[in-house]
Design a protein around this ligand. Structure first.
Ligand code: FES
Length: 203
């Protein structure tokens, strides 16, 4: 509501002359408090940008999930080799207690999977003499090194040639979903097989 003009006398002695010294006219509400208006504008602007970024982030997340679905990532040295059931065998243990030597991982990952009646472990295919890659001869049930002729039983123990000790083993474990994992960065020598539990027990 507008205020009435203020009328004051021109001369304090002359009370017959007056002047209008001003009228207080109310400004529109939008002009009353510019700082409040600016604050609201900034707030709306920030909210708008926030919503835009939220939409963009949501879209990016969905895109990443599309191209990279939920899978378990392992370090590059850890390989999932299957499940225990994949290494079942009805064969009888040989003279060294080994039922099965699986050599399909040798070419790419340089290890063998060895199955005994109550255990499974990963033998490192690196000769313990000077490091050549050994081969498995299933008909003879031995590993042989092509470099200087070292030979190893099916359980990895050396018995001929210059190799000074059994083949090493790699860390083997089961993940929470029952998959067998072999970590080629963790190597155990024969003295550590039991202490480090370089095998998986089969119940
Ligand atoms: S490297 Fe295998 S016997 Fe020498």
């Amino acid at each position: 509501m507008s205020q009435p003009p203020v009328i004051t006398p021109l001369d304090e002695q002359d009370t017959t002359s007056f002047q209008i010294v001003g009228s207080r006219k109310e400004r529109p509400a939008s002009e009353q408090n510019p700082s409040r208006r600016e604050f609201l504008q900034k707030g709306l602007s920030i909210a708008g940008w926030g919503a835009l970024f939220a939409c963009a982030a949501g879209g990016t997340y969905q895109t990443v999930r599309f191209f990279f679905p939920s899978v378990v990532f392992h370090p590059p040295s850890v390989f999932q080799i299957g499940r225990l059931e994949d290494f079942l065998s009805t064969g009888q243990p040989d003279a060294h207690g080994v039922i099965l030597v699986e050599d399909r991982f040798k070419q790419e990952h340089r290890f063998f999977v060895v199955r005994e009646p109550a255990r499974i472990y990963a033998l490192f295919a690196r000769c313990t003499h000077l490091g050549c890659t050994v081969n498995w001869f299933s008909n003879l049930r031995i590993f042989k090194c092509p470099c200087h002729g070292s030979e190893f039983h099916s359980d990895g123990r050396e018995f001929a040639g210059p190799a000074p000790r059994p083949l090493d083993r790699l860390k083997i474990s089961l993940d929470t979903e029952g998959n067998l994992l072999v970590d080629t960065s963790v190597v155990y020598t024969a003295q550590e097989f039991e202490a480090k539990k370089a095998y998986i027990e089969i119940g």
